[in-house]
Ligand binder design. Sequence first.
Ligand code: ATP
Length: 439
Amino acid sequence: MDKIVSLCKRRGFIFPSSEIYGGINACWDYGPLGVELKRNVKEAWWNAMVRERDDIEGLDAAILMHPKVWEASGHVENFTDPMVDCRECKARFRADQIEGAACPKYNKRPASRCAAEDKFTEARQFNLMFKTFMGAVEDSASVVYLRPETAQGIYVNFHNVRESARRKVPFGIAQIGKAFRNEITPGNFIFRTREFEQMEMQFFVRPGTEMEWFEHWKDQRIAWYLNLGIHADRLRFHQHGPEELAHYANAAFDIQYQFPFGWQELEGVHSRTDYDLRRHQEYSKKSLLYFDAETNQRYIPYVVETSAGCDRTLLTLLVDAYTEEPGDKETRVVLRLHPQIAPIKVGIFPLVNRDGMPELALQIQRDLMRHLKVFYDDSGAIGRRYRRQDEAGTPFCVTVDSQTLQDQSVTLRERDSMEQERIASSALLEVLRQRLSGA
Ligand code: ATP
């Protein structure tokens, strides 16, 4: 993890937030490469979940919602974690995560030892929602919450989307957006933060058909990660046992990834019954019934949800792609990112800065940049430039050399194999497009 955090900082993927002020715990900023990677992750998800399906609509709901939403959803009452304080150093821990946590005062000392020495307070329930005030008056009537998940924006818009898009059950609504949780113990870089982005989809189905859809969505979602090139042996399903299962769910699986700090949840696939819509109907006093013309029945649809973290997916992709290849002189660090999500698609270099090579390379840059994210680099030895792009995960590099001046051919170098071939510069865009699309 230390190597990945340091690469992310050095290469402009991810910086600590407000760094010039000493940073703020567990908040991170995405730099030039990080923001491209994140956009590509979201686009890959949106394409798979919305554009390439004919049964899902998109939505972008507000972060601030009516406070009653969070009463109906159960978050005001139940969205809590048990918390303990250390009486000696005042550090705060999640009571169910003391095992594996370290005392911040004595850096390497396990927090479980402090617990054994009876330094901790009794566990208290701590609500994870961020509370703020809307309008000029700070009283209980103006309390609003930053949403702790995007799903509720989807439930409350069920009829709006269904009617305007003229949808029939089964269909889904997808949304990508920020969520906020005042986590007691954030950490492991961007794995658990207090501000993060979710990519969620709620699929509304006829009651009794939810298990078929549940299986469908389990398959689809794991396939999505595999298609992004994530190692199959580092992905697995974890089924929620009776004690883990939320009271409203009738089946739940997590997709887990083997991070350097252990197997952890990447995404949840949950069968949530009619709990959410039923509760919103009860609290809003607006009917959320659906009339099914095929069966001539009126019912509250059941929901199968897929809930992924965008930042956590990004961390997974970085961890999974990071490779060190020992060489004679130095170790080559490569991010073997899938070309579809790599922040930069092509590096463009003049071999030397004379004889008209920079002009030709700049012309290639101008031709390609309208279609692909490219990066022009004319500084340092060519080997160094290749290494810099390897570390950024750039799948292809194009070099203009003396032969280009004679026959307009360039070398095209592939990141993982490091193989080079000569191709006509006029064919470059077409060849790159084919290879980037996996053809
Ligand atoms: P945990 O039990 O680990 O706190 P959770 O089960 O509450 O997580 P969900 O509510 O199912 O998580 O959230 C869905 C997805 O949102 C998670 O799989 C994860 O990818 C992402 N996510 C949740 N909390 C965070 C966080 N604090 N930071 C980053 N991503 C998060």
